[in-house]
Design a protein around this ligand. Sequence first.
Ligand code: GTP
Length: 390
Amino acid sequence: MTAAVAVPRSSPTQAVILVGGEGTRLRPITSRVPKPVAPVVERPFVSYILDNLARHGVSRAVFSTGFLAEAIEAEIGDGSRFGLEVAYAVEDEPLGTAGAIANCESKLRAGNFFVFNGDVLSDVDLSALAALHVAKGGMGTIFLTPVEDPRRYGLVELDDEGRVSSFLEKPSDHEGTALINAGVYVLEPEVLEMVPRGKLFSIERGVFPRLAQAGSLYGYVDHGYWRDIGTPDSYLQAHFDILESTVYTAVAEEMGSQYLYVDETAQVDPGARVVPPCYIGARVRIAAGARVGPLAVLGAGVVVGEGATVLETVAQAGVVIGAHAQVEGSVLVRDASVGAGTQLVGAVLGEGVSVGAGNRLAGGICVYPGTSLPDNSIQFYEQLRGREGP
Ligand code: GTP
């Protein structure tokens, strides 16, 4: 591989989106739904990526799928709903990030392309990333973001000209803020020649370090919003960031300057309180004396009983919250139910989980689909955000 290529380049108009992972860390939110289409403020997560691509002139995206491929295709379809054309390259078994990109080759048009990890929420200026790529003329340009603890990511160092001087995947011993690979980059098609076909191969371990050594990998540093939604805490926080417009999304436009969206088919009792920022979906019912928000997302058909409190929480479609229940800092996956008077603090209930009345679950507890807890069966206390059990 030569250090730099003198051929004039243009900005990419196509993208590969990596969505073949199992999303194990996000279970039970992803026990039944693949992470890329897990609902985030009532939209499949990856639609936020598609919006950003479309905003920056990308007209075609190839989804690199594997795990639960059909579920992703069923949700995203041909992409027309999101303003671009979507094609799919399905793996029979996981090929790793580089293998997965190479597997998309026959679905890509000639020329360079963006690559997105399918779990990145960001309003990064893709046009600026592409412009830097074109100006520098390397084989690849990575969007870099600073994080306080880079050990879970690819640590990147740049020289004075913005060239990547070292790329170290998941360094075990690094302390302090550092620039990491944000999981968004531009590649020239020649890079695919470095990837062996049909076997597991990682871009982070097998390609980026070699490109860096050849002086052909550049970094685009952006201090704007970036988050990967790989864990339940991060998934919840992504909702808050969208509700508060910390990241620019189409949802912000729906909510407007009041930071509030209440669907016209929702029924909010005049004796209930809805405190923004809040998103109340279609056919939601909120009973008298209930308080919802701040920072609550109620998906379609959610029912909040009399006197219940729901704050800093995501309740996906079909969730039922009983009278005088208190739900805080929690994620309730679709069709979960919470009995009267139950308290949830920092809990994650999987799809269809039923927690009977008079329970207390706290401290990051995850309940997997298929579970039914009877009334008065658990009193799980743990100090959390200053709260203690009796
Ligand atoms: P965890 O199991 O929780 O680590 O999540 P994950 O499987 O999504 O893995 P990770 O977060 O490291 O992956 C980053 C992105 O790359 C995600 O969008 C994955 O869907 C995607 N990805 C990871 N490995 C593969 C692969 O072998 N094939 C494809 N097509 N995509 C992959």
